[in-house]
Design a protein around this ligand. Structure first.
Ligand code: CA
Length: 223
């Protein structure tokens, strides 16, 4: 999963960034409305966390601009405790949900998961591919009834493959979705991480599920 956080207060932005990274969500941060619109239109985010009080362009105008450009990513806006009107105005502008500051990491993650589930193309959970079962809510993976422990990054990678089962994903697509924008696109992190994931998912089983498509990328599929 990949999220955009648009928040000008450095402390709040890094708090949210930390919560999301902990939950193995890749995060990009924009510190003003204009930068938020730019990133939101350039990248396919699964969720956008948007503060309403922002410099240059406020949050209302950010969400309106993104919706006008056809960006469908779910938006959670952040409002101050006393600004009830803002919540309504935020939702009217095209946001999907709101949270009142201050909020706990658990609340933020619960809201994000609920929103993503609501809007995700694959609403089914768990996802089954052959004898592999991925519970994306409980973050539990097993194959042929045997539990597989994955690191946060491995899980994010597997989840992305599983949500696109049967579709070939390029290294660039994977890098875009599973890593954030600070990752150097010329590194081989995708291959390194894919090798680790394959060891856990495919080694010791008769049928491999993760396949390399030479010169293109990777696909998860049960033949
Ligand atoms: Ca602010």
């Amino acid at each position: 999963m990949r999220a955009l956080v648009v928040e000008d207060e450095v402390g709040v932005a890094s708090f949210i960034e930390g919560c999301l990274r902990e939950a193995s969500i890749a995060v990009d941060v924009a510190a003003d409305g204009q930068a938020g619109i730019q990133l939101g239109r350039e990248n396919a985010y699964d969720v956008i966390v948007l503060d309403l009080m922002l410099p240059i362009r406020d949050g209302f105008s950010v969400v309106r601009a993104l919706r006008a450009e056809g960006v469908k990513a779910p938006v959670i806006c952040l409002t101050a405790r006393d600004a009830v009107d803002d919540r309504v105005k935020g939702l009217d502008s095209g946001a999907d949900d709101y949270m009142v500051k201050p909020f706990s990491p658990a609340e933020l993650l619960a809201r994000i998961r609920a929103l993503v589930r609501r809007t995700s193309a694959i609403a089914t959970n768990p996802i089954r591919v052959g004898d592999l079962v991925i519970d994306v809510v409980a973050r539990h993976v097993e194959r042929a009834g045997r539990r597989i422990d994955l690191s946060a990054r491995e899980f994010a990678l597997l989840e992305y493959l599983a949500r696109n089962v049967g579709h070939v994903l390029t290294r660039y697509m994977i890098l875009e979705k599973v890593w954030d924008m600070n990752q150097d696109p010329l590194t081989n992190v995708v291959d390194v991480q894919m090798t680790r994931l394959r060891k856990k998912i495919d080694h010791g089983y008769a049928t491999p599920l993760i396949h390399t498509v030479r010169g293109v990328g990777f696909v998860l599929r049960a033949d």
